[in-house]
Design a protein around this ligand. Structure first.
Ligand code: ZN
Length: 198
C-alpha cells in the first residue's frame, strides 16, 4: 500500500451466473500484473469447488484465504497489502460492513463480490449497506433462462418447481437447482396460496 493513498470500496453484485466471481478474479489478476500486493478471502461455508481457491462458474480460479468471520479479515491484512478481494460477501454478517470501511479508511482498495438479492428477490444480508457505502458499484446481469432477456434475479428450484417463499435459504447451491431469471419470470410462491390451489 502506498502511504497517503486513498482507500476505496468497489462492489460487484448481481444474481447467480452473472459473472461476479469472474469479474473479481479479473480485477485481482489485473492488480497483480500491475505489481500490487493482492489478498483474497472467501467465507468458510463456500466450499463448492475448492477450499483454498475462488473458482468462477466458467472455471477461472485464484488462491484465497478462507475465513469464518469479518473479524478475521481485520486480523489477516498486513499494512503493505494494496488490494483486498472478498468473494460471496453476502454470507458474512453485518460486521463485514465495519471491517470493509476500516480497511478502506486505512488506504486499502477493497473489492467485494456478492449476491445482491436472495432467492426471494429480497436484499441479501450486508449487501444493501455495502452498496450504499461503496465508491464504485458494478451490477452484472445474467440471461433469463425462460426468455433470454437480461436477468437480475436468482430462481430457486426444488425438484424442478419454484421454491416457496418460506423455504429456508440454502446458503450455497448446486447449479442445477438455481437459474437466472428476469423480473417477469422470477417466481416465489407463497405456501398457503399454492396449497390452496392443489
Ligand atoms: Zn425472462
Amino acid at each position: 500500500m502506498n502511504p497517503g493513498m486513498q482507500g476505496v470500496v468497489e462492489v460487484i453484485c448481481g444474481c447467480m451466473f452473472s459473472g461476479k466471481t469472474e469479474e473479481l478474479i479479473r480485477r485481482a489478476k489485473e492488480a497483480h500484473y500491475a505489481q500490487k500486493k493482492v489478498l483474497l478471502f472467501k467465507p468458510l461455508l463456500d466450499n463448492r469447488y475448492s477450499k483454498h481457491e475462488i473458482v468462477s462458474h466458467n472455471g477461472l480460479s485464484i488462491k484465497a484465504h478462507v475465513i469464518k468471520s469479518a473479524d478475521e479479515l481485520l486480523k489477516n491484512v498486513p499494512a503493505e497489502v494494496d488490494v483486498i478481494g472478498i468473494d460471496e460477501v453476502q454470507f458474512f454478517d453485518d460486521d463485514v460492513i465495519l471491517a470493509v470501511s476500516r480497511l478502506a479508511d486505512a488506504g486499502h482498495r477493497i473489492v467485494v463480490a456478492g449476491l445482491d438479492q436472495d432467492f426471494r428477490g429480497e436484499p441479501f444480508g450486508p449487501m444493501p449497506k455495502l452498496l450504499a457505502l461503496a465508491e464504485h458499484v458494478t451490477k452484472l446481469h445474467a440471461i433469463c433462462t425462460v426468455c433470454g432477456e437480461p436477468a437480475t434475479r436468482t430462481q430457486r428450484l426444488i425438484d424442478g418447481e419454484a421454491a416457496f417463499y418460506d423455504d429456508p435459504v440454502i446458503l450455497v447451491g448446486a447449479a442445477d437447482s438455481y437459474e437466472a431469471r428476469c423480473r417477469n419470470h422470477h417466481e416465489v410462491p407463497v405456501r398457503s396460496m399454492k396449497e390452496h390451489l392443489s
